[in-house]
Design a protein around this ligand. Structure first.
Ligand code: ADP
Ligand code: MG
Length: 253
């Protein structure tokens, strides 16, 4: 448990645990992330990487432990609601493997809508912000298209613009390139690299080892119901301390 919050860390997680029914996904996961750090999370599938990210923004409720997320306190069993949940939603942005855009809204509306809903921004301000971000991800000319009319890579760029529109303090990425062709994935990774350079705090679940090594400040390897090891990405990739990590790295490197 985090006994006393250390404000040097924008994210402090103490002994987090999550189970579904009688199946424990992970227990005793602790992690500290400083503002501006990029933390990559790797590990075999089914080890709870997505569930862990989802606990951080209350898409799941942890069963044990506690955490401080951009100044907000959350502990096991707690369900944030009302203004607390809105606060968390604006502080923590998330990008999913499967884009999760609103299919009936245009690209522009996808980026405008959360700003009005979460931030109560005016229509005009939301639109300006959306067009600015769509320009930055190279999609200003597709503002009126529907998500279905876009390629996967374009949809993911909209999803990133949508998340950034709320000016989050932390961005969570859950395998953002796994559903994309490698070349298209590179575009997304480049956008993420620029975002990291701009100082965004990022937690990135990924199989992209080059990204984890080059962009990541910190590497977390999940497995066997918790964190197998964590630390400097280069150090872990070249000298993993656990046999389970070695086996996983052999498969993905
Ligand atoms: P990863 O992202 O590392 O592949 P997940 O977090 O998706 O792992 O899943 C971890 C385990 O939790 C898996 O065994 C998965 O089947 C299970 N799980 C995930 N979400 C749910 C859910 N909503 N209900 C029941 N089991 C779930
Ligand atoms: Mg997953």
């Amino acid at each position: 448990m985090v006994a006393e919050h250390n404000p040097d860390y924008i994210l402090e997680i103490g002994s987090l645990g999550k189970r579904f029914g009688d199946k424990t996904v992970f227990s005793d996961v602790s992690l500290r992330v400083r503002a501006g750090e990029v933390c990559s999370i790797i590990g075999p599938s089914g080890t709870g990487k997505s569930t862990f990210l989802r606990c951080i923004n209350q898409l799941e409720t942890p069963d044990s432990g506690n955490m401080w997320v951009a100044g907000q306190y959350i502990e096991a069993g707690m369900h944030l609601s009302g203004s607390d949940l809105i606060q968390l939603r604006r502080n923590v942005g998330m990008v999913f493997q499967s884009f999760n855009l609103f299919p009936n809204m245009s690209v522009l509306q996808n980026v405008v809508f959360p700003q009005q809903k979460v931030l109560s921004r005016s229509a005009e301000e939301s639109r300006d912000k959306a067009m600015d971000l769509l320009g930055k991800v190279g999609l200003a000319d597709r503002a009126e298209a529907k998500p279905m009319q876009l390629s996967g890579g374009q949809q993911q760029r909209v999803a990133i613009a949508r998340a950034l529109a709320l000016e989050p303090k932390i961005m969570l990425f859950d395998e953002p390139t796994s559903a994309l062709d490698p070349e298209v994935g590179l575009d997304i990774l480049n956008i993420m690299r620029d975002l990291a350079k701009s100082g965004m705090t990022m937690l990135v679940v990924t199989h992209e080892m080059a990204f984890a090594r080059d962009v990541g400040d910190h590497l977390v390897v999940m497995g066997d119901g918790g964190i197998l090891e964590e630390g400097d990405p280069d150090q872990i990739m070249s000298h993993p301390s656990k046999e389970r990590t070695r086996r996983f790295l052999r498969a993905v490197l």
